[in-house]
Design a protein around this ligand. Sequence first.
Ligand SMILES: [Zn+2]
Length: 157
Amino acid sequence: MPEPSFVLDGMLGSLTRWLRMMGYDALYLRDLPDADMLRSLEGNERFLLTRDKQLAERAGERGLFISSIVLDEQLALVANEFGLRYLGPWRCTECNGELSPVDKGSVKGEVQECTWRWNDEFWRCARCQKLYWKGAHWDSIKKRMDLVSTAHGNSPR
Ligand SMILES: [Zn+2]
């Protein structure tokens, strides 16, 4: 079974970034009328995550109402429904593009010297070219992702 992919509404920016960090394909659509949000589900297998209960209902099987404004609770809701785990390497948190590993030598000068020296792995977004590495915050990010995935199991929908 393929991993689920998502469309999120404008109220769910943080959740979008976290799903991308876990490696999920997550489109973030801001300021779109409901009809366009629903249209974004056509011709694909995406699920709609929304803070709008009516919109979630209109999306039927493909909709999930996110009832909380607290990020941890939002992650728990999605994990309960779909089973989340760290897929890695993550998606670009800015544009949802796919990341590809790049040679360490090729990014010298593009990042601070200490960053370059302390990291051996770098990735670049294929779409917006943003460069990624597992910086100082990675351990705490990883810990939170592990919590999300272990607390709610990995059973697919
Ligand atoms: Zn990008």
